[in-house]
Design a protein around this ligand. Structure first.
Ligand code: UDP
Length: 236
C-alpha cells in the first residue's frame, strides 16, 4: 500500500515510558524523531493522542465521579498530551498545529476540517486534541472519525505490541501474529483491535487499521515504506 496521508493514533499510556503516570520527555522526543522521518519523506501526518496517562473518565466514574465530568477531564488530558507532543515536534524543526474538539482558543485552533486539510497540504503536522469532543467516546473513535474526515489512507495504531495475534502474546508464548486480517475475522475470532465503536466506524468506511510497535526505532518509517511490520486490518 502506498501512503500519502496517514493518521497516527498514539495512546496516552505510551507517553509514560517507564514512569507510573504523566509524560516521559525522552519517549516524547523519540516519538517526535520517528514522526519527523516520515514527514521528511513527504507523507502528510495527522495525529490523535489519548489521555490515559493522565486521566480516564471510566476511572473517575468507578470512584463515584460523574462520568461526563470525568470524560471532560479525560478530553482535557488529551490536550495536555497534544501540547507536549506539539512542543517535541517543533523541537525537531517540524511545523505543527493543534486543533481541539473542545474550544480552548487561546491555546489551540478549534477543529475545522478544511483548515486541517490545508495544514496537511502545507506539510504541517496536525494534532487533534480533545477526542471527539463528546463524553462516552474514546480517542480510538476520534482517530477513526478524523481519519475518515480528512481522507487518510489508513489509521496507524502505534502500540507496544507489534500487531494482532490470535491470543495475547504477552501471556502466551505460542501466540501467532496475523500479517493481514479482515474486519470480519477480527470479530469472528473475538480479537481486540480497538473498541467496538471505533472498529465498526472504520469497517463501515473501509478505512484500514494498521497495528504496529511504535516503540522500536525506525518502525514508522519502515511501515510507510511498505515493509511488512505489524498487522493490516482491512475489508479484504
Ligand atoms: N474521552 C472522551 N471523549 C472522546 C475521547 C476521549 O470523553 O471522544 C475521554 C475519556 O474519558 C477517556 C479519556 O478521554 O477515558 C482519555 O482517552 P482514551 O482513554 O481514549 O486515551 P488512551 O487510552 O488512548 O490513552
Amino acid at each position: 500500500m502506498h501512503y500519502k496521508r496517514i493518521l497516527l493514533k498514539l495512546s496516552g499510556e505510551a507517553l509514560m515510558g517507564d514512569r507510573p503516570y504523566g509524560i516521559d520527555p525522552k519517549r516524547l522526543a523519540e516519538y517526535a524523531k520517528e514522526i519527523k522521518q516520515v514527514v521528511d519523506r513527504g507523507i502528510e501526518v495527522a495525529i490523535v493522542i489519548g489521555g490515559g496517562n493522565i486521566f480516564r473518565g471510566v476511572a473517575g466514574a468507578s470512584n463515584g465521579m460523574d462520568r461526563v465530568q470525568g470524560d471532560h477531564m479525560g478530553m482535557l488530558a488529551t490536550c495536555i498530551n497534544g501540547l507536549a507532543l506539539q512542543s517535541a515536534l517543533e523541537d525537531e524543526g517540524l511545523h505543527t498545529r493543534l486543533q481541539t474538539a473542545l474550544e480552548i482558543k487561546e491555546v489551540a485552533e478549534p477543529y475545522i476540517k478544511r483548515k486541517a486539510i490545508r495544514h496537511l497540504e502545507k506539510r504541517r503536522v496536525v494534532i487533534f486534541g480533545a477526542g471527539t469532543g463528546n463524553p462516552y467516546f474514546t480517542t480510538d473513535t476520534a482517530a477513526v472519525l478524523r481519519a475518515i474526515e480528512i481522507n487518510a489512507d489508513a489509521i496507524l495504531k502505534g502500540t507496544r505490541v507489534d500487531g494482532v495475534y490470535d491470543k495475547d502474546p504477552e501471556k502466551n508464548t505460542d501466540a501467532v501474529k496475523f500479517e493481514t486480517i479482515s474486519f470480519k475475522e477480527v470479530i469472528e475470532k473475538g480479537l481486540k483491535v480497538m473498541d467496538m465503536t471505533a472498529f465498526t466506524l472504520s469497517e463501515e468506511n473501509k478505512l484500514p487499521i494498521i497495528v504496529f510497535d511504535m516503540n522500536t526505532n525506525g518502525n514508522l518509517l519502515k511501515l510507510i515504506s511498505g515493509e511488512n511490520i505489524g498487522t493490516i486490518v482491512d475489508v479484504k
